[in-house]
Design a protein around this ligand. Structure first.
Ligand code: AMP
Ligand code: MG
Length: 421
């Protein structure tokens, strides 16, 4: 049985990210009809975007005021104000007509293009207007309130690197530079199926001995929220032929395959044998976690990158815990994210005592929240049992009790793995 850190090292090393040349698609930036989908935050940029233009595109005013020649106003004061003739009014979006000569000024507004000849803007609060003249009482600094062309960035500057998820801030930048088509990574395809003769879909009346296949729906949601495209293959019977057929189909159609159930040591547990008969190489058979010990990880040779197979435990909480701890970071890494795919642990104060057998790394599920600026953790009430998924609702954190720790008293600090969608 592997330790969590050994298993994590093996799994994350097996992942080769999507290829930034082949595994991409072009999406529209524009807010129009279906292309709105392109603006979903979790698309990941496959190639860097550099600016085609200087920004600002031209010298413009950062204030409402008067565009002047610095030399005309540099010595002015309350006692010796400068008096300038207003030769033009320049609203934003208009090309100025005049060239400002000595003794002249232009009325100008925020964002408007600076007229030729002027190099400085005096804010209107520092002036008094008298018909077509402006009286200036305070000397500005040279080039004050002028946003010079290219002062924020020049054509050719990198604006957004590859591997970055496109959130509102990136979209704002890309829109400003008119980058209307974006090359993003395609979404990884993740096939999922459940194994077990006792499983039924949630719409069927339950016969004695049957239970609902909740794992497949939970995994479907998690995969979508991880930025991937789930392919639901349904419930597969505990029969070697049926399992073999499902796995063969899945590895032919997906980048990642996730099954749940059938990996514990039991009579009907065929999955590992079948993986090997299909040419799979098994890297992980069990990990010292609670819940979640029976985790199988295998790869199938495939060009340009191997297909990853995750056989999760059937118990509903164990399936989710192993997904959050190992599978979700792997999918995020695969999807082309340059950073931020790793699991995130947050130090929090536990509101209640946390217990563990001490032999395996134990995850206690519950709620992580901020109170008075400090992270706190409240374990889910009721039984913490890998078969009891009812108290999973609203879980957004897994408190971690390392091997050898049997108790963390209330009020003490604990590392909490951030989980959820
Ligand atoms: P297994 O890993 O197949 O031995 O299953 C362990 C436990 O999890 C059993 O009680 C199964 O009935 C239950 N189980 C297996 N698969 C699912 C599933 N897809 N949804 C909900 N419970 C499941
Ligand atoms: Mg089973």
């Amino acid at each position: 049985m592997l330790s969590v850190s050994d298993a994590e090292g093996i799994i994350f090393n097996l992942v080769q990210p999507l290829n930034s040349q082949q595994d991409t698609e072009l999406v529209d930036l524009l807010f129009a009809g279906e292309s709105l989908a392109a603006l979903r935050a979790d698309r990941i940029l496959a190639s860097e975007v550099t600016s085609q233009l200087d920004f600002p595109h031209w010298d413009n005013s950062a204030m409402d005021g008067y565009a002047v020649r610095y030399e005309d106003v540099q010595d002015c004061s309350d006692q010796k104000p400068a008096v300038l003739e207003i030769v033009e009014e320049i609203p934003a979006g208009v090309q100025p007509k005049s060239t400002i000569q000595s003794g002249q000024a232009a009325r100008i507004f925020t964002g408007a293009v600076m007229p030729a000849g002027a190099d400085t803007v005096v804010m209107q609060e520092k002036t008094r207007r008298e018909e077509n003249r402006v009286i200036i009482f305070t000397a500005p600094k040279l080039q004050e309130f002028v946003r010079k062309r290219g002062m924020y960035y020049r054509a050719g500057t990198q604006l957004v690197p590859a591997g970055i998820p496109l959130k509102a801030s990136e979209i704002a930048v890309l829109t400003a530079v008119q980058c209307t088509q974006l090359k993003v990574f395609r979404r990884p395809r993740v096939a999922i199926f459940s194994t077990g003769d006792e499983l039924v879909t949630p719409d069927k009346p339950l016969q004695p001995g049957q239970i609902v296949d909740s794992n497949q729906y939970a995994l479907f949601t998690l995969i979508r929220h991880s930025g991937a495209e789930p392919i639901m293959l349904g419930i597969v019977k505990d029969k070697p032929e049926a399992l073999k057929e499902a796995i063969a189909y899945a590895i032919a159609h997906a980048d990642v395959v996730i099954s749940s159930g059938g990996v514990s040591v039991g009579y009907y547990d065929y999955v590992e044998q079948i993986l090997e008969s299909l040419g799979g190489e098994i890297h992980v058979r069990a990990v010292a976690t609670k819940p979640g010990k029976p985790l199988t990880v295998a790869t199938f040779k495939n060009d340009p990158r191997p297909i990853l197979y995750f056989g999760l435990p059937g118990n509903p909480v164990a399936a989710l815990v192993t997904f959050w701890r190992f599978v979700q970071p792997a999918i995020k890494k695969l999807s082309g994210l340059a950073h931020g795919w790793e699991p995130v642990f947050i130090k929090a104060v536990t509101r209640q005592e946390l217990c563990s057998g001490g032999k395996r790394e134990t995850y206690v599920w519950g709620q992580l929240y901020v109170k008075n600026g400090v992270y706190e953790f409240q374990p889910a009430g009721g039984l913490q049992n890998s078969g009891n998924l009812i108290n999973l609702a609203q879980t957004n954190g897994l408190a971690v009790l390392p091997v050898g720790t049997t108790l963390i008293p209330a009020g003490e600090e604990v590392q909490v793995l951030q989980v959820g969608s």
